[in-house]
Design a protein around this ligand. Structure first.
Ligand SMILES: Nc1ncnc2c1ncn2[C@@H]1O[C@H](COP(=O)(O)OP(=O)(O)OP(=O)(O)O)[C@@H](O)[C@H]1O
Length: 298
């Protein structure tokens, strides 16, 4: 069953098109990573899923209805992001107590244990927290609410590496015990890839790719060797990334449609074959050109 469906959705801010004819569907009880470069439209997409903003055109269906102004969607969804406006007059423990009244699946024991583990001060107010502590607190609210649709928009902003790693572990453990539909946008695909089942890659407001992480891992191959030798093997294959290595060699990332025999022959002609990490591949796929930062210095 699909929990979220986008059909030809466009969002314009003034004359500027931010989301351009975006279509995708998110299945129930899956963790999907929303990946894209800065300004690709991840937050705008998530805001529309949450019903916080309205699309300019196209259809959005969440839990079977239009999420904008939907009580059903508000009651079954939490949108965790770094601009969350939590009351500044309440202490953190009071916020957790009030959250219990909003969310039917709220687990106060989990919230309390996470709160103590991350050494948050119960008397502190939300606006006085450091950037990383704020993200940690928001994440506790996001996890303990156990909403059927849980949206994390760059949840680890400001967190140090240890807290990020604890958060991902907590998210995975809680998801396995209480499966739900989770959307998570992040700039750290390498850190969250173990967590993800699917990836929605957004490029310039469009659905560039929507596939399982396994498919993404097998999609591309890295080849390095003499440029003339590689040129022959490449034919008219699409190049995702290409860079010069030394004088006569190149490193090329391309679609892995080679047979085992082709790869064996390639190795015989001196071509080195390597896997491409999902993180690198997403960077290449969303890059405006097939070169990298090195091209700027040529
Ligand atoms: N309220 C707004 N008014 C005008 N333009 C906006 C508004 N919100 C977002 N945009 C523009 O829409 C585009 C997409 O922004 P969005 O925040 O969705 O990107 P993102 O993929 O989440 O980026 P990042 O990874 O940097 O957070 C950007 O060009 C941004 O400037």
């Amino acid at each position: 069953m699909n929990i979220v469906e986008f059909q030809n959705v466009t969002k314009k801010y003034g004359p500027k098109t931010t989301i351009n004819n975006l279509s995708f569907a998110i299945e129930e009880n899956k963790i999907t990573g929303i990946i894209g470069r800065n300004g690709a439209g991840k937050t705008t997409t998530l805001k529309m899923v949450a019903g916080h903003i309205k699309q300019t055109s196209g259809d959005i269906v969440v839990f079977g209805e239009n999420p904008f102004n939907s009580l059903l969607v508000s009651a079954n969804m939490i949108f965790v992001h770094d601009q969350m406006n939590l009351p500044t007059s309440l202490r953190l423990t009071d916020i957790l107590k009030s959250a219990e009244m909003f969310y039917v699946n709220w687990d106060s024991e989990l919230a309390g244990r996470l709160f103590r583990y991350f050494s948050l001060d119960p008397k502190q107010t939300h606006d006085k927290l450091s950037k990383g502590m704020k993200s940690t607190f928001n994440m506790i609210v996001g996890l303990a609410s156990r909403c059927p649709l849980t949206i994390f928009d760059e949840p680890t902003t400001g967190m140090d590496a240890a807290v990020r790693s604890d958060f991902y572990r907590a998210l995975l453990k809680d998801y396995l015990a209480h499966p739900r539909t989770i959307l998570i946008s992040s700039h750290h695909l390498n850190e969250i890839e173990e967590l993800l089942e699917d990836i929605l890659l957004i490029k310039e407001g469009q659905n560039h790719l929507h596939l399982s992480l396994l498919e993404l891992k097998e999609m591309a191959i890295g080849l390095s060797g003499n440029k003339e030798v590689l040129q022959e093997w490449m034919g008219d294959r699409e190049v995702y990334y290409r860079t010069r290595v030394g004088l006569d060699d190149v490193y090329v990332v391309t679609k892995n449609t080679f047979t085992k025999e082709d790869l064996a022959k390639m190795t015989d002609t001196g071509v080195a074959i390597s896997a491409v990490s999902p993180n690198d591949l997403c960077v290449y796929l969303t890059s405006p050109s097939t070169g990298g930062i090195d091209d700027v210095f040529k």
